[in-house]
Design a protein around this ligand. Sequence first.
Ligand SMILES: [Zn+2]
Length: 110
Amino acid sequence: MVRSCYVCKINSNNPESANLSFHRLPSDPAKHIIWISLLGIDREKTLPKLTLIYSKHFYDKDFENDIAGRKLLKDGAYPVDVRSIYDEQKYARNQAQKPIAVKGALSESD
Ligand SMILES: [Zn+2]
């Protein structure tokens, strides 16, 4: 069965997803709401019965191996906040532009 991530649509046939895992949304309603908001999923949207999230949406520290060596998501693990990823990109862009602005300011005052 081909599994695919609800958020980024990557599926288990994709070579990039090798050795990675797909995880169900938590059944606990409170956790469920936190997950979908962290993942940037619209709360009003009706989700498919089997909504899977690709392991790349979590930190490495949130996984543990079971006795069979399968990757399991720890209890109480939360996905990475999608907004923090956007913020990092914005931050990286600002940082990249900074030296140019500083250089210009310095040569003007010289
Ligand atoms: Zn995904």
